[in-house]
Ligand binder design. Structure first.
Ligand code: ZN
Length: 199
């Protein structure tokens, strides 16, 4: 009997830890008209204080790759700034409430805040239990330019970057994948409709 109880607890823990990680932003906060205004030079600011396990220069490299992916397909130009008050987009690490919810975002045109859950282990090259920072940054930047979530009503939306299901922790056995760092056609269509592109 103790064995069965142990097995039940183990299985329950497995189910809990193997669920995909999701974004807690909600579509109602992203009206159709939500867009950044200074398309020629959208400035982003990286919180320099955390997380301590990823040096600032590596965070900058990871985030820049994610911004470049959106820049590649649209007429938006992004540039880093060291002055928070002048930024259109602020990237920070802070607690995000909710089970399996690991990121959230506010909407433009006012200064956007992109939040990565400080309770997670973030990585450039995920290892056991860590999450891929670039993949989630790519999703959140989509919100920063005003994009909503792609719903699950169409199966083709499930693999998009703008689906609210993000990535799995390394070592998980479910199906989101460990890394999602390339925009899909259905993501690009949303951005090009707002901003045109590529330029
Ligand atoms: Zn989201």
């Amino acid at each position: 009997m103790p064995y069965l109880i142990f097995l039940a607890i183990f299985l329950l823990a497995s189910i809990t830890t193997s669920s995909g990680q999701v974004c807690s932003a909600v579509n109602s906060n992203f009206p159709n008209g939500a867009r950044v205004s200074n398309v020629g030079m959208v400035k982003f600011f990286i919180d320099p204080t955390s997380p301590p396990d990823i040096p600032f220069y590596i965070r900058k490299r990871i985030f820049t790759k994610a911004f470049n992916e959106w820049e590649r397909v649209t007429c938006i130009n992004f540039a880093i700034t060291s002055v928070k008050s002048r930024a259109d987009i602020v990237l920070q690490f802070s607690p995000v409430a909710g089970n399996n919810r690991v990121a959230t975002a506010t909407a433009p045109p006012t200064q956007v805040t992109l939040t990565f859950d400080s309770g997670e282990i973030w990585s450039e090259t995920p290892t056991q239990n860590s999450l891929d920072l670039e993949s989630v940054a790519l999703h959140l930047i989509g919100h920063a330019i005003g994009l909503r979530h792609r719903g699950n009503n169409n199966p083709k939306n499930q693999e998009t970057i703008m689906n609210k299901r993000l990535v799995d922790r390394f070592g998980a056995t479910v199906d989101e994948g460990i890394k999602k760092t390339s925009l899909k056609d259905r993501d690009i269509i949303l951005a090009v409709a707002k901003y045109g592109g590529p330029c």
